[in-house]
Design a protein around this ligand. Structure first.
Ligand SMILES: [Fe+2]
Length: 170
């Protein structure tokens, strides 16, 4: 959500659009951040996870476009200050020096913060979509919500099974 936006929230549909404009902007920021995170990662599995995530994100942007068009709107984003901040923090890790395995653990931590933000946003948007009688939009948002949860789970497994172990040995 933008800091300087004058919000007008007259009804739940207005609020629904605030949520999806925020997600639309957030996803686009993520597509720019992920290649840098992949580049910075040492673990081949982590590189692959970031690659998979990038492809999934492109599909998620497409779903948001479908949501806008189902509701007769042109897709547009509203600066997501929260995602800007999360990505600024992940950029610090990308540029960090030190042990590559510890850096991998830090990249996962940053990626999971992003995922949790998205899980929250998509969960809310999905619930609002049902409430305003748009099950079609709700289903699209729920498909993305499930992907985000899967990504989060995959990152946890990767961290616990190998990355954190290597980081701890460094
Ligand atoms: Fe996403």
């Amino acid at each position: 959500m933008g800091v300087f936006t004058n919000l007008r929230l007259n009804n739940l549909e207005d609020l629904f659009f605030v949520e999806i404009k925020d997600l639309y902007d957030a996803e686009q920021r993520i597509t720019k951040a992920l290649p840098k995170m992949k580049e910075a990662a040492r673990s081949p599995q982590l590189k692959r996870a970031f690659d998979d995530h990038l492809r999934a994100t492109e599909g998620q942007i497409e779903r948001l476009r479908q949501v806008f068009s189902a509701l007769g709107r042109t897709p547009e984003g509203e600066t997501c200050e929260a995602m800007k901040g999360l990505i600024a923090e992940s950029d610090e890790i990308v540029k960090a020096e030190g042990d590559p395995d510890v850096k991998d653990a830090a990249l996962i931590a940053a990626a999971q913060r992003v995922e949790h933000y998205e899980i929250s946003g998509y969960g809310t948007a999905r619930t609002f979509a049902y409430r305003i009688g748009r099950a079609d939009a709700a289903r699209l948002l729920e498909a993305t919500l499930n992907e985000e949860k899967q990504t989060d789970k995959k990152l946890t497994e990767l961290a616990e099974a190998s990355i954190n172990v290597k980081a701890e040995r460094s």
